[in-house]
Design a protein around this ligand. Structure first.
Ligand code: ATP
Length: 746
C-alpha cells in the first residue's frame, strides 16, 4: 500500500526502520545495495567529441588548410612531407592541450560543487548527525526545518506547522501545510501528488516550521527522478570577460584573414604576369605565416585556466564560487552588505546578564521555548542563541531534559524573522497548560499585558513598560543581544497553534542579555575594505542600540546617526531612499524584504553590491545583489542555492579576501592579454615588413613552433602572478571598463 495511506507505525515497519532511524551499519549496507541518493546526470561529451570541438576554431581550420596545401605541393614537387607533419603535430598538440585544460577546469568546478554539496540532518544510531544528502537511504529518519531542501521522498512522522514549497513538482508556488496523519481515500483511488499532505518530496523546500520524516524513496526512485529521467547538467555560462574576449578573437580572425588576403593579392600582383604554381603556393604560405603570427591562439585557454585556478585558490581561502561570473564581479565590488550575527560576530553567545523578578522562571521559560538541547556531555547543541539559553538554564540547575520531562511540549509557533519571536505550549505534570514566548523585547512587549512580579501576574503599567525598555536599552548599549521571555496560562489546550492565536495577552517574565563577541579578524577586514574603496554595510535583525555598539567597535560607523531601523525605512519612499542610502551603514531590526530595498537602492546608484544572507527569506535579496553571498555553516539550502558565492566559514573577512583575489585574477588576465596581443602584433610586424622587403624569414611551421612554446607559457606565468602590493589600496575597477582601458592599446 502507498505510504501516505498507511499509519506511521506501518510505514516505519514497511521501511524496516525504527522511530529513531537506522543504525549506521544498516545505512551503509543499504547505500551499497541501492546506490547514492542522486539523480542521474546528463551524458557528458566523449573525449573524441571534445577533441573535435577544439578543432572547430577558425585558426585551427586555417592551419589544417595550410597542411592540405603543403601536402599537395609536396606530392606534386616530390619534396619532403616535413611541413605537413609538423603542422598536423601542432594541431594535434594544441587540441590535446585544449582538452586537458578544459577537463582540468571542469574538475576544479566539480570539486567546488562537492564542497558546496547539500547536507541533511539524519538520525543514525538514535543520534542526530549531518551527512551529505547523497548518502541518505530509504528508512533513514531525517529532520527538516525552515530553509531546508527536501533531500528525498519521505513520509512525515512529526510535523510542527511545517509548510513546504513544491512548485518544482506541482507548479503550485503557494507553500502547502503538511501534517503527520495517514490519508484516507474513497474507493481505493490514488491521492494526487499535490494533496499528499503527509509526504515531502525531493526538489521541494521547507519554508516554515519543522518536522521529522522517514525516507520512502531515494535517488532515481523519487518523484523527481521519475519526472526528470536524467538531469541535464546546467552548463556554466561564460563570464562577461570571456564573452568579450571571444568577440575580440572573432574580430581579430576576420581582420587577419583580410590582411592575409591583401598580402596574397599584392604578392600575386607583383609576380604578374609570371604566375607559377610554385609561386602561388609560396605566397599562400607567407599569408598563412602571417595569420599564424597574428592570431593569439592562447587567449581563450589562458583566460579559462586563470579563472579556474583562481576559483580553486579562492576555495582554499573558504570562498566557494558557485557562478564563474562572480570572480569578475567580485573584483569590482563597491559595497558589501553583511549580516551581523555570525559573519561579523562569532555567533558564540553566552548569557551574561538578566533582568526580572524570578531568574529560575526566566531561565526555565527560555530553555523550554528553545529547540536546542543538551548532549551527553551537557554541551548545548542547536542554534547559538538558543544554545546560550539552554546552557544558562543548565547553569541555574535546570538541565533541559529534566525541564522537558516535567513540561512536555504539545505545540509551537516556530521562530521566524518577521515576528522575531517564537512560542511553545507545554502540558505540565499537574495537567495544566502553559505557554512560553521568547523573542525581541520590543516585539514581545507589545504583546504583553501583564508583569510577573515574583509571586503573581500584575497589570503591566506604562511605567513598568518604560522601565523594561530602559533596561533593554542599557543592555543593548553594551552590545548585548537582548531577548525577552513571557508566558501565558491556558485553561485547556489551545485549539490551534497559529502565532496570532498564541502571541497575545502575554505576561512578561524578564530579559536575558548575551554577548556575542565580534570576530577578531573582522575589524582588520573592515579597515581593508575602506582602504580598498569599498563600503561595508551592516544589516541585522538585532536591536538598534546593540547594532550601533557593535558597528562602532568594528569601525563601520563613527556615530549613531549613520544607523537606521527597518521601521524608519518603511516610512521612506523608494525614490528618497535611493538618494539617502549613502548616509547609512547600519540597518537594525530589519526584515528580509528590507534587504531587497537596500540592494536595489545601492544598485540604483550604480554601485556593484554584495549581499550576504542565511535565512529562508533572504533568497530574494541574494538574487537581487550583484554578488549574492550564502553562508556555508548557518545558511539554509534555499539561500545557498541562489548564491553566487558561498562562505565556508561564514566570515566577513573571507568576502574581503575574495574581493582581493577577484582583483588579482582580473589584473593577471589583463596582463596575459596584453602580453599575447603585444607579442603577436610584433610578430605580424616582423613578417609583414620582411615580406614587403621581399624576404621570407620564417616559414609558417617555424612561427607555429615558436608560438606554441613562447605564447602560452609566459602568458600563463603572468596569469599566476602574485597580487600587486597596492591591490587593496586602489579604488574598485569600474564594472563597465573594457580590457583595454587605461592606455592598454598604446
Ligand atoms: P543577523 O544579524 O544575521 O540579521 P539576527 O539573529 O539578528 O541575525 P534574525 O535571525 O532575523 O536576525 O533575528 C531577529 C531577532 O529575533 C533577533 O534580534 C532576536 O531578538 C530574535 N531572535 C533571534 N533568534 C531567536 C530565537 N531562536 N527565538 C526567539 N527570538 C529570536
Amino acid at each position: 500500500m502507498q505510504e501516505y495511506l498507511l499509519e506511521r507505525e506501518n510505514v516505519i515497519e514497511q521501511q524496516n526502520s525504527s522511530e529513531n532511524g537506522l543504525s549506521a551499519q544498516e545505512a551503509a549496507l543499504r547505500l551499497e545495495q541501492n546506490g547514492k541518493n542522486r539523480l542521474k546526470e546528463g551524458r557528458k561529451a566523449t573525449l573524441a567529441e571534445r577533441f573535435l570541438r577544439q578543432l572547430a576554431d577558425p585558426m585551427i581550420l586555417i592551419l589544417i588548410a595550410a597542411a592540405g596545401v603543403s601536402g599537395i605541393t609536396a606530392v606534386c614537387s616530390g619534396e619532403s612531407f616535413a611541413d605537413v607533419v609538423i603542422i598536423l603535430l601542432v594541431v594535434l598538440i594544441n587540441g590535446i592541450l585544449g582538452v586537458l585544460q578544459e577537463s582540468k577546469a571542469e574538475r576544479a568546478i566539480e570539486a567546488l560543487q562537492e564542497i558546496a554539496a547539500a547536507t541533511s540532518k539524519v538520525l543514525r544510531d538514535g543520534r542526530q548527525i549531518i551527512v551529505r544528502s547523497e548518502e541518505l537511504v530509504t528508512g533513514d529518519v531525517i529532520l527538516l526545518e525552515a530553509g531546508d531542501a527536501v533531500p528525498a521522498d519521505a513520509r512525515i512522522l512529526e510535523c510542527a506547522s511545517m509548510k513546504v514549497e513544491e512548485a518544482a513538482l506541482t507548479g503550485e508556488s503557494v507553500p502547502v501545510s503538511k501534517k503527520e496523519e495517514a490519508l484516507r481515500t474513497e474507493d481505493g483511488k490514488d491521492v494526487p501528488l499535490g494533496d499528499r499532505k503527509n509526504m515531502v518530496y525531493m526538489g521541494s523546500t521547507v519554508v516554515y516550521g519543522r518536522g521529522r520524516a522517514i525516507i520512502t524513496a531515494a535517488g532515481m526512485d523519487t518523484q523527481m527522478g521519475k519526472i526528470a529521467d536524467s538531469l541535464a547538467k546546467a552548463k556554466e555560462s561564460q563570464t562577461p570577460l570571456q564573452q568579450r574576449l571571444n568577440q575580440l578573437s572573432r574580430i581579430l580572425s576576420v581582420l587577419v584573414l583580410g590582411i592575409c588576403l591583401f598580402i596574397f593579392g599584392v604578392d600575386l600582383f607583383r609576380m604578374y604576369p609570371e604566375i607559377s604554381a610554385g609561386g602561388i603556393v609560396d605566397t599562400f604560405m607567407v599569408a598563412v605565416s602571417l595569420a599564424v603570427a597574428a592570431i593569439p591562439e592562447g587567449l581563450a585557454t589562458v583566460v579559462t585556466i586563470v579563472l579556474s585556478m583562481g576559483v580553486t585558490n579562492m576555495s582554499k581561502k573558504n570562498a566557494v564560487i558557485r557562478k564563474l561570473t562572480a570572480v569578475e564581479t567580485l573584483g569590482c565590488a563597491q559595497v558589501i552588505c553583511s549580516d551581523k550575527t555570525g559573519t561579523l560576530t562569532q555567533n558564540r553567545m553566552t548569557v551574561t546578564e538578566y533582568k526580572g523578578k524570578d531568574e529560575k522562571l526566566l531561565a526555565r521559560a527560555m530553555a523550554l521555548c528553545s529547540d536546542a538541547r543538551l548532549d551527553e556531555k551537557n554541551q548545548a547543541v542547536g542554534e547559538p542563541t538558543e544554545c546560550a539559553l539552554v546552557s544558562y538554564a543548565c547553569k541555574c540547575g535546570m538541565p533541559k531534559g529534566e525541564l522537558e520531562a516535567e513540561a512536555v511540549r504539545i505545540g509551537e509557533a516556530p521562530f521566524d524573522s518577521m515576528r522575531k519571536m517564537m512560542s511553545t505550549v507545554h502540558r505540565q505534570k499537574d495537567g495544566s497548560v502553559i505557554q512560553f514566548t521568547k523573542g525581541a523585547p520590543d516585539e514581545v512587549l507589545k504583546r504583553c499585558t501583564r508583569f510577573f512580579d515574583g509571586k503573581e501576574a500584575v497589570p503591566l503599567t506604562n511605567r513598568l513598560r518604560e522601565e523594561i525598555l530602559e533596561a533593554n536599552k542599557a543592555m543593548a548599549d553594551r552590545a548585548l543581544r537582548v531577548l525577552c521571555g513571557a508566558m501565558r496560562i491556558w485553561e485547556k489546550e489551545p485549539e490551534g497553534y497559529e502565532p496570532e492565536r498564541l502571541e497575545k495577552g502575554l505576561c512578561y517574565i524578564g530579559l536575558t542579555g548575551m554577548i556575542d563577541p565580534v570576530r577578531p579578524e573582522a575589524k582588520a577586514a573592515i579597515e581593508e575594505c575602506k582602504a580598498a574603496g569599498i563600503r561595508p554595510v551592516m544589516i541585522t535583525g538585532d536591536h538598534l542600540d546593540t547594532a550601533v555598539a557593535i558597528a562602532m567597535e568594528l569601525g563601520i560607523i563613527t556615530d549613531a546617526s549613520q544607523a537606521i531601523t527597518g521601521s524608519r525605512l518603511d516610512e521612506i519612499s523608494d525614490e528618497d531612499f535611493a538618494e539617502e542610502a549613502e548616509k547609512y551603514s547600519v540597518y537594525a531590526r530589519v526584515q528580509p524584504e528590507h534587504k531587497v530595498r537596500i540592494v536595489k537602492a545601492w544598485k540604483k546608484k550604480g554601485k556593484i553590491t554584495a549581499m550576504t544572507g542565511d535565512g529562508v527569506n533572504d533568497a530574494p535579496s541574494i538574487k537581487n545583489a550583484d554578488i549574492g553571498v550564502g553562508m556555508g555553516i548557518t545558511g539554509t539550502d534555499v539561500t545557498k542555492n541562489v548564491a553566487d558565492m558561498v562562505l565556508a566559514d561564514d566570515n566577513f573577512a573571507t568576502i574581503v579576501a575574495a574581493v582581493g583575489e577577484g582583483r588579482r585574477i582580473y589584473d593577471n588576465i589583463r596582463k596575459s592579454i596584453q602580453f599575447l596581443l603585444a607579442s603577436n602584433l610584433a610578430e605580424v610586424l616582423a613578417i609583414f615588413s620582411a615580406t614587403l622587403m621581399g624576404f621570407t624569414i620564417l616559414k609558417p611551421v617555424h612561427l607555429l613552433w615558436i608560438n606554441l612554446i613562447t605564447d602560452c607559457f609566459p602568458a600563463l606565468a603572468l596569469g599566476m602572478e602574485e597580487a600587486e602590493e597596492d591591490i587593496m589600496k586602489r579604488r574598485p575597477r569600474d564594472s563597465g571598463e573594457g580590457i583595454f582601458a587605461g592606455g592598454t592599446w598604446l
